[in-house]
Design a protein. Structure first.
Length: 227
């Protein structure tokens, strides 16, 4: 499978050490990975940014772009501690489009694609927040994958399983026809961490405690997929 093109020789050692991280905590993991090479690269994409705030929270008006970046920063810590090479498409509150002139959205997306292609990742995880104003009872994390991407589909199922545990729902990952899924051949998922149109989800997503739980679920789902 393409996901293991460069990493098959090291996969056993690193996944074993990563499982130690899950079982005994990240602090115990540092010694386990000390002599291991770094076979896996993950690109973390915080959706939106700059003049594009994404969805606004139903209660507080919290910007999706801010929540996305906060969760990506937590994911960066988890994956880095686990020995991954971590690349962020967006590192701060700004967008990637340069000046906010006409066509900025397309330029922003193309810059994200360029980061992915340059770094040849094992996986791409694009973090977003959901919105469904016609039914504000909808809540919970929802993962999307590209049709025909077998590795991405498996990753989506693994992450979805962990997210379901946070909200007590049995959601299934869904096929999605989105730029971040289609712009490369690398295994890719979009993780909609919750619904900002739902008051309960928004109240959770503005807290650091819940963001950590979401990031941990995505991280653990990715490790389970790799193993």
């Amino acid at each position: 499978m393409y996901v293991f093109r460069k990493s098959v020789l090291w996969a056993g050692a690193v996944v074993f050490a990563a499982v130690l991280a899950l079982c005994f905590g990240l602090a115990s993991y540092s010694s386990a990975r000390a002599s291991a090479p770094v076979p896996f690269t993950v690109v973390l994409d915080a959706g939106h940014g700059g003049v594009d705030p994404g969805v606004l929270g139903v209660n507080t008006g919290t910007k999706e772009s801010d929540i996305n970046l906060a969760i990506v920063k937590l994911l960066e810590e988890y994956f880095s501690e686990a020995g991954f090479r971590v690349v962020l498409t967006r590192k701060n509150e700004g967008g990637l489009y340069g000046l906010p002139t006409p066509g900025y959205k397309r330029r922003d997306m193309e810059k994200r694609r360029d980061v992915i292609l340059k770094n040849e990742p094992t996986a791409v995880i694009s973090v977003h927040q959901n919105n469904f104003v016609s039914d504000r009872t909808r809540r919970g994390g929802q993962v999307f994958f590209r049709d025909g991407d077998a590795a991405g589909t498996a990753l989506a199922h693994s992450v979805q399983d962990r997210l379901n545990g946070l909200c007590g729902k049995e959601l299934s990952p869904l096929r999605g026809d989105y730029y971040m899924l289609n712009c490369s051949a690398y295994p890719s998922v979009i993780v909609e961490c919750g619904f900002l149109s739902n008051a309960q989800d928004e109240a959770l997503l503005v807290t650091q405690e819940y963001r950590q739980k979401v990031a941990r679920a995505i991280f653990e789902g990715t490790l389970a997929w790799l193993s």
